[in-house]
Design a protein around this ligand. Sequence first.
Ligand SMILES: [Zn+2]
Ligand SMILES: [Zn+2]
Ligand SMILES: [Zn+2]
Ligand SMILES: [Zn+2]
Length: 228
Amino acid sequence: MACIFGHKWNGCTCEKCGKLRDEQHKWNGCTCEKCGKTRNEQHKIENGKCVRCGKTIAEIITADLPAFNWTMSGNANARYYSAKAPSLCFAGEILSQLTNVPPMTYYMVDTPDGTLGRDIVGFFTEAPIKTKGLSTKYRTYGLTGAVSAESLMGYGDFVKMHSIAAATKMNGQYTKLVMMMKCGHCGYESPVETQAGDMERECYFCGTNNKTTRGGVSVFTAKGLVEL
Ligand SMILES: [Zn+2]
Ligand SMILES: [Zn+2]
Ligand SMILES: [Zn+2]
Ligand SMILES: [Zn+2]
């Protein structure tokens, strides 16, 4: 009632009646200091989430996720679903959010930096994916120098993944163990290709170069010992 002849706007808020409008916010990073509205940019990321608005990195990526379609191919024995995404962090989120992946079903997301796949045992690749200069729209959250990765962990049914990888390698085909690398800078977990020994991998979210290492894995198969 007080504002029947017009509000007295101070930025996004009317000084007289307290009404809010969605313009002229006073942004402090991702959050408006006056009304508390948030936007999906300029977050302050620490340990996997924004300390200002509370969004997790997965939520930040999901909010920006472009529309995509699965194209299905295959037959009664095996189904292949493929889609396209602009970067590995979107591919990783799309694949992470799949629940109950059935047997003999393979999801693959193509990006300019390579193709990331997911099946019932976890993540997989069929050709090398890039490890340097990844396209990510979130590189402003990253560092230019290298950090030590916080952790490198198996994902899904890692024992089964080992035996499938060993069989694949025995057949002379490309295989890498894909594991979750927790970025030592932002805390995001990227599904990265690994090898025995030292390696450097960019975080799919912030692009920071992470140094990490893993031990060799020996798998006994019917045809002999395989080192992964
Ligand atoms: Zn008003
Ligand atoms: Zn505001
Ligand atoms: Zn935020
Ligand atoms: Zn990171």
